[in-house]
Write a protein that binds this ligand. Structure first.
Ligand code: RNT
Ligand code: ZN
Length: 418
């Protein structure tokens, strides 16, 4: 009752500005976030002889109860999804293949190894996205894959990426929504390179080979993800921002921006409008870098709101494919998903509850005083009341109530895993 009352009051406040709440909630409900499965098991995967996590990324923490197999991971994901308003997607990596304990090389993976995932996705009515895994593998042990000087190693990873795109195609066909298959590679050098061009030429050639296999965009969309540095690749990363932005634009691929892959004061929010002038699509890995590409859980901070504002005020919700990418093993892993995803949705709602046309006009007229004044006042408008109402309407717990569900699940399910 209190929720409804607060909502009605809040609605009036926004309606004074011509903001139609019904329309806003309708639009919000259409947004599908791609939730990364790898938060559930610390990016380990289920390969028969899984290697240690490599590639210059790292997960810290040892909170009990991580998923030990695909079944547990799906069960955990389902639980988390039940606490997040709306219909979302799940993002898989090649290392989440199910091979019945049999060793299947990554360049031999087939759609059938993801059949259980597809059946599950059908059952709960969601779409799937995909990523080839070019790390945690003996052929990536020296931190080079698609740009490796050894043609045999390049070949192996090229084939893995082609296989991955076919798996994406299979997801798209089966689930009736195109799969975004995103290529991220760790390639780089710890120390200052004597040649930056040659590895980049090789990466370009490898990508050309991977994409020479035509796949209908109705089923599979291709993205490439850039990076600035990693652990062990502090001085040079082959697939940098300029490299992939250029590649994507020239080859009609989707560029993927990860919020943790830039200089600490450089923001992804400021890049969205520029890229959308030259590309009709853009993909995101929303993450949270803390001093480095640390992949902390997404919080409701200034940059998250700014990203949401850039998507909403530029009418780009249908152009930007929003995915998440964080992995924290020091807290309950389901809670991490719920916190991060609810924050992403919350930020979009926040962004939808602003008089963008009015604010744009103020800027056009040079009225920067009022622009700043109104933008600041909106920060404390009663948007929480609209959010609470939305959660209730979508049949998910309101405010921190969801945590009780997680605590119960931890007690009944997670603590029983050894
Ligand atoms: C690494 C990239 C990449 C990975 C996942 C696991 O820096 O962000 O997206 O986090 O593919
Ligand atoms: Zn990423």
């Amino acid at each position: 009752m209190v929720i409804k009352e607060s909502f009605e009051k809040a609605r009036q406040v926004y309606e004074k500005w011509g903001i139609n709440i019904e329309e806003v909630l309708e639009n919000l409900q259409q947004v599908s976030i791609s939730i990364h499965c790898w938060q559930g098991d610390d990016v380990k995967g289920f390969e028969a002889d899984a290697s240690e996590l490599s590639g210059g990324i790292d997960v810290t923490g040892n909170y009990p109860g991580k998923a030990r197999n695909a079944e547990e991971l799906r069960q955990d994901l389902e639980k988390a999804l039940s606490l997040i308003p709306g219909k979302h997607r799940v993002n898989l990596h090649a290392i989440y293949a199910e091979t019945n304990g049999e060793k299947v090389e990554r360049d031999q993976l087939e759609p059938k190894h993801f059949e259980n995932w597809v059946n599950w996705a059908k059952k709960i009515g969601i779409g799937l996205d995909f990523n080839p895994t070019l790390f945690s593998h003996e052929k990536a042990a020296d931190g080079l894959t698609l740009s490796h000087p050894d043609p045999g190693i390049r070949e192996f990873w090229i084939n893995h990426c082609i296989r991955s795109r076919k798996i994406g195609e299979y997801f798209g066909k089966e689930l009736g929504t195109p799969c975004l298959t995103n290529i991220w590679i760790p390639d780089g050098y710890k120390d200052i390179p004597s040649d930056r061009l040659t590895p980049r030429k090789r990466l370009k050639e490898s990508l050309d080979k991977i994409f020479s296999v035509e796949i209908n965009e109705k089923y599979n969309l291709d993205a490439v993800e850039s990076k600035l540095f990693g652990i062990g690749s502090e001085s040079f990363v082959v697939g940098s921002h300029e490299f992939y932005l250029g590649y994507a634009l020239q080859n009609n691929k989707i560029y993927l921006l990860d919020t943790g892959h830039f200089h600490p004061t450089e923001t992804v929010s400021n890049k969205i409008s520029s890229i959308l002038l030259y590309s009709d699509r853009l993909a995101l890995h929303v993450s949270r870098p803390v001093r480095w590409d640390s992949d902390h859980v997404v919080i409701f901070d200034d940059e998250l709101r700014e990203i949401a504002l850039e998507i909403v005020r530029n009418d780009a919700l249908h152009k930007v494919l929003i995915g998440l990418d964080f992995f924290d093993a020091s807290i309950n892993r389901l809670a991490a998903w719920v916190i991060g995803t609810r924050n992403m949705i919350k930020a979009l709602l926040y962004a939808m509850l602003m008089p963008h046309e009015y604010l744009k006009q103020l800027q056009e007229k040079g009225n920067f005083t009022e622009r700043l004044a109104v933008m600041e006042e909106f920060k404390t408008y009663p948007f929480g009341a609209i959010w609470d109402y939305y959660c209730e309407k979508m049949n998910v717990p309101v405010r921190e109530e969801w945590l009780k569900e997680i605590q119960k699940y931890e007690e009944e399910v997670l603590t029983k895993r050894q």
